[in-house]
Design a protein around this ligand. Structure first.
Ligand code: FEO
Length: 171
C-alpha cells in the first residue's frame, strides 16, 4: 500500500507526464505550421512516449491499491521562434522532468517504500535517454548550420525517420 504522500506525488507525476505529452503535441503542431513534417513526427512520437510514461504510473498506483485522481492539464506554449528554440525548450523541459523524478525517488527513500524505488529506477534510466535525445537534436541542428536552408531540411528528413511507439491507423 502506498503512503498518502507517495500516492499524491505519483498522481502529480501523472499530471506532469500528461503535460509533457501536451507540450510536445503543441510543438508538433507548431512544426506542422511551418512545414517541418519530420520535426512534427519526432514530436508526435515524443507525445506518445509521454503518454506511455503517464500510463505506467497510472497502472502502478492502481496495482498498489491507490487511487488515481486526474486534474487539469495546463495549456502549453504555442509559438516558438525557430526549430532550434523548440528543441532547446524540449531539452530544458526534460531536465526539469529529471528533477521531478529525482524528487519522487527521494520521497520513496524517505518513506522507505522499496517497491516504488524499484519502480522509479526505470524512470531514472529513461530520463538519461530523454535528455540525450533532445540535446542530440539541439547539437545536430547547430552542426547543420542552425535554422535555415539545407541543413534544417536535412535534419528534418532525418527526424522524420523516428518510429512511433504506438502505431496509428493510416489516415
Ligand atoms: Fe516522461 Fe520525457 O519524460
Amino acid at each position: 500500500m502506498l503512503s498518502e504522500k507517495m500516492e499524491k506525488a505519483l498522481n502529480q507525476q501523472i499530471n506532469a507526464e500528461m503535460y509533457s505529452a501536451y507540450l510536445y503535441l503543441s510543438m508538433a503542431s507548431y512544426f506542422e505550421s511551418v512545414d517541418l513534417e519530420g520535426c512534427a513526427r519526432w514530436m508526435k512520437a515524443q507525445t506518445q512516449e509521454e503518454m506511455i510514461h503517464a500510463m505506467k504510473i497510472y497502472d502502478y498506483v492502481i496495482e498498489r491499491g491507490g487511487r488515481v485522481l486526474l486534474e487539469g492539464i495546463k495549456a502549453p506554449q504555442q509559438e516558438w521562434d525557430s526549430a532550434l528554440a523548440v528543441f532547446e525548450h524540449a531539452y530544458e523541459h526534460e531536465q526539469y522532468v529529471t528533477s521531478l523524478i529525482n524528487s519522487l525517488m527521494n520521497l520513496s527513500i524517505e518513506e522507505k517504500d522499496h517497491a516504488t524505488q524499484i519502480f522509479l529506477q526505470w524512470f531514472v534510466s529513461e530520463q538519461v535517454e530523454e535528455e540525450a535525445s533532445a540535446s542530440g537534436v539541439v547539437q545536430r541542428l547547430k552542426l547543420a548550420g542552425g535554422d535555415q536552408g539545407g541543413g534544417l531540411f536535412m535534419v528534418d528528413k532525418e527526424l522524420g525517420q523516428r518510429a512511433l511507439p504506438i502505431s496509428m491507423p493510416a489516415a
